[in-house]
Design a protein around this ligand. Structure first.
Ligand code: ASN
Length: 322
């Protein structure tokens, strides 16, 4: 696998700066991108067959996902107002539910991750996620939908991309049996400790769900379980073979007062979400959904060491990229 970055000299406004460019192996890149294209097609075709409408991505907005880990703000001033590059379309998905029943979007996200994440092989500071949301849906319904999408992707890629997988040295992927295994967040923590995600992912041969994540470890927008205060009706999926987190999602908090209460509990400022709150005050429908990273899914399906291989112009945290 090609991992080396070559330094090339780049002249900019008379000053010399070094630019790092990812050096792909053309044959591998072509195979990987063919697989990625098949993955996206399979997911879009299935969602369309189930009446989901594809919407266009939003790139700039005064509201975006605050995330549960630190990222540097990617802000731009437009007409005197501060807009941020999209970290995830979660709020737009909820607002879309006022008009549409089922949506999906291939959404480019910018997350200026801490520099130490450049070594993980799983992080890019620009990536695309398939974001899905459905009105009146439940976590259970979304888990089933994800399981169907992932098993379909594996079946179809195994059939249609045999040559590509052989070239990449990926053995035929086993189609996981549904339903996938589940473990609750607290049980995972008790059994495996702080690094439970890595350990569970390394130890398993099939994808596995983490459910019931406590509010303090999650963003404010997922819905609290009415029967289990402090815990959310949400889920993360972990890939097997050590490939780590695949997706996150859940039922959404849609009641204005509850949303405000959660923002405060997380120690965040209501004023940072004022446009979202104004709309929530007028009513957000209950919904559930998830977002699955396309590059990570491609990495898992192709069996790649580093996520950079899944993108023609990968954005590695801390590197100067194209
Ligand atoms: N897109 C995810 C969701 O729908 C959120 C995220 O990416 N942080 O829950």
């Amino acid at each position: 696998m090609t991992e080396n970055y070559e330094k090339c000299l780049y002249t900019y406004l008379g000053r010399h700066i070094y630019m790092h460019m990812y050096q792909h192996d053309a044959k591998r890149l072509e195979a990987i991108l063919r697989v990625q294209s098949e993955i996206k097609k399979t997911m879009a075709d299935y969602l369309k067959s189930k009446d989901f409408i594809e919407i266009s991505p939003v790139i700039l907005s005064p509201i975006t996902d605050p995330l549960n880990h630190p990222t540097a703000p990617a802000d731009i001033k437009c007409y005197g107002k501060t807009y941020r590059l999209m970290q995830s379309m979660i709020f737009h998905k909820q607002i879309a539910m006022r008009y549409l029943e089922k949506i999906f979007v291939f959404s480019p996200n910018i997350r200026i991750e801490p520099v130490n994440r450049r070594k993980t092989g799983r992080h890019l500071f620009e990536f695309t996620q398939l974001d899905v949301e459905a009105r009146e849906a439940t976590r259970e319904g979304m888990i089933k939908l994800c399981e169907t999408l992932i098993t379909r992707v594996i079946k179809i890629v195994n059939n249609k991309c045999r040559d590509e997988l052989t070239l990449l040295g990926r053995k035929k992927l086993q189609v996981p049996k549904k339903p996938f295994k589940r473990i609750k967040y607290d049980d995972a923590y008790t059994k495996y400790g702080k690094e439970f995600e890595t350990k569970i992912s390394q130890k398993n041969k099939h994808p596995i769900w983490i459910t019931d994540i406590p509010l303090q470890h999650r963003e404010f927008y997922d819905r609290e379980d009415p029967k289990k205060p402090g815990y959310l009706r949400d889920m993360d999926l972990l890939y097997p073979e050590g490939y780590g987190e695949a997706l996150s999602g859940g039922e959404r908090e849609y009641q204005y007062e509850k949303i405000k209460e959660h923002i405060k509990k997380k120690g965040q400022r209501l004023s940072d979400f004022q446009e979202y709150l104004q709309i929530a005050k007028h009513g957000l429908p209950p919904s559930a959904g998830f977002g699955i990273g396309i590059e990570r899914l491609t990495r898992f399906i192709c069996g790649l060491k580093r996520i950079e291989e899944t993108s023609l112009f990968p954005k590695t945290p801390g590197k100067t990229c194209l």
